[in-house]
Structures are given as C-alpha cells and as structure tokens.
Write a protein that binds this ligand. Structure first.
Ligand code: HEC
Length: 149
C-alpha cells in the first residue's frame, strides 16, 4: 500500500508538469503576476492520479499473471466528495458516470475468471473515458492506452 501511494505521488508530480484537463490550461487571466504559476492540483486530481496508478498496477497484474485469481480493487470513497478545481462542478451527470465506473470496478474485484476480468477492466477504462469526454477531455488519449487490447 505504501508503495502504491509513493507511485501515485510520483505520477502526480510528473503529471503536474505535463497534464491537465485542457491541453492549454492557462486561461485564467487573473493569475500570473510573478511569472509562471504552478497549476492547482485539486483533491479530485490527486484521487485521479491515485486511481490511474492503481489501474496501471491492476493492468500489469492481469496481463502478466496467467495464474490470475482475483484482484483487489480500491474503493474510492472520496469519489463524490473530493474537492474539484474551480472550473469543475460535480453534478448529477457526474454522479451517474461515476457510479457506472465504480460498478465496473466492483465487478472486476468480484470475478474469478481472467477473461471476465479483462472485460471488466476495459469497461472501467471506457467508463473513465466516457466521463472524461464530458468533464476533462485533456487526458483521454492517455487513458485510452490503459485498455487491454
Ligand atoms: C465520473 C467522472 C470521471 C471518471 C469516471 C474518471 N475521471 Fe478522471 N477526472 C474527472 C474530472 C472531473 C477531473 C478533473 C478534476 C479537477 O480538475 O478537479 C479528472 C481528472 C483526471 C486526471 C488529471 C487531469 C489533470 O488535471 O492533469 C487524470 C489523469 C484522470 N482524471 C484519469 C482518470 C482515470 C485513469 C480514470 C479511470 C480509472 C478516471 N480519470 C475516471 C472525471 C472523471
């Protein structure tokens, strides 16, 4: 678990530099009085980085381990309560899409069959993407790479 959070932190640090919801996030004119400003990383964004790191770990477990039995999937309790950046609002559509995502994770953690696990994993990744297309299109291409082909 400790290793996981270290991974998530590293991913977050890299991501702070390279990624954001929109390819050009610098559309907040009130900032920048002293040169470049470090972008805001909300509680929701940190949670997303943690989820992304977990998904990568689960993915390599699924792909590499032919003796697969069952994966342990984190339940992201903060999903609907984490503070978002000021331009992101958690509304009813977000909740619907978030529940669809969590449902796939739940299925993933409850299957003993590797084939079904592949399907549920990819469904979960697709659920990430469906939500992102609405709320945060920036990382979509990157999330797509998680899919197991
Ligand atoms: C229900 C909607 C939803 C789902 C599902 C979702 N995300 Fe997100 N994600 C968001 C929102 C909204 C943000 C921006 C939050 C903010 O700015 O505070 C975000 C931010 C991110 C970021 C950070 C982007 C940045 O600001 O640099 C990454 C990376 C990310 N998500 C990956 C994922 C991955 C991987 C999954 C699936 C395992 C996933 N997300 C599932 C809505 C979602």
């Amino acid at each position: 678990m400790r290793q996981l959070s270290i991974l998530a932190t590293m991913a977050a640090l890299v991501a702070i530099v390279y990624f954001s919801c929109t390819p050009k996030a610098e559309d907040t004119p009130s900032e920048g009085k002293d040169g470049p400003v470090m972008r805001e990383v909300s509680e929701m964004v940190s949670l997303m980085f943690e989820m992304e790191a977990d998904m990568k770990m689960i993915r390599s477990g699924l792909v590499d381990d032919s003796t697969y039995s069952q994966v342990e999937v984190n339940v992201y309790k903060k999903f609907f309560t984490a503070k978002t950046s000021k331009d992101v609002k958690i509304d009813s559509v977000f909740v619907v899409k978030g529940n669809a995502f969590l449902k796939e994770l739940h299925r993933l953690s409850n299957t003993n069959a590797r084939d079904s696990a592949f399907t549920f994993f990819n469904n979960a990744v697709n659920a990430c993407i469906t939500c992102h297309e609405n709320y945060c299109p920036g990382p979509v291409a990157r999330i797509k790479k998680l899919r197991i082909e």
